[in-house]
Design a binder for this molecule. Sequence first.
Ligand SMILES: [Zn+2]
Length: 234
Amino acid sequence: MDALFAVQDEDVIRSQLEHRRAHLPESAAVLAAETARVVTTTEFDRLGLERLDHIRRQHRYEGEVAAVETRLAELDGKLYGGAITSPKEATSLQDEMGRLRQRQDDLEGQVLEVMEIVEPLDAGLDALTGIGLAQDEAITAALAALLEVETDIESEIVASGKRRVDAVSKVPAEVLDRYEQVHLSFGSSAVVRFSGTDCSGCPYSMPAMEADRVKSMTSGTLTDCSECGRLVVR
Ligand SMILES: [Zn+2]
């Protein structure tokens, strides 16, 4: 009957190993590392979009500056190209050029303002990139740690399985069938040893008559406890 207890021992070991595998702190660590990475990515994307808005505005201003410069060059050519005949026309040209230069100054001031806004955003994006890289490394390390402990558990499960096969080969098929049935209800205490007076699996004491029945059997005999239904080895 020792072999039957060995089978039960391996079943207990296996369920403990599976429980451990399902609740590994290393799994929680991977999840935490991945969650932190998602937060960084989200923040990076948000800042990136904010930056893009400003950059588009900057390009619009720069486009306008270029248009103003073109127009100024045109007017400058007109003014000094000898095509102007009256002082009034020259004055009006100079007025327009003055307005355009003012507009150019304003636009350039706005470009500078945008650049001042974008600068800290760039620094923020750089910092987030660095954080993200460190977090990627942390995820890789956490996954490696998880894989290592899972591999260990897996090899323990395989070893336990081999020992179980070994033990099973020493248990009669009919006894093993009874064990498998009872195991479904009682798990780690499907088969128990008779204490001399008790089933040792029963929640309450074994009735005296039942205890006497078991006591009268030869040591090593397998029977069913009529009280709780476990397998009892005399
Ligand atoms: Zn019992």
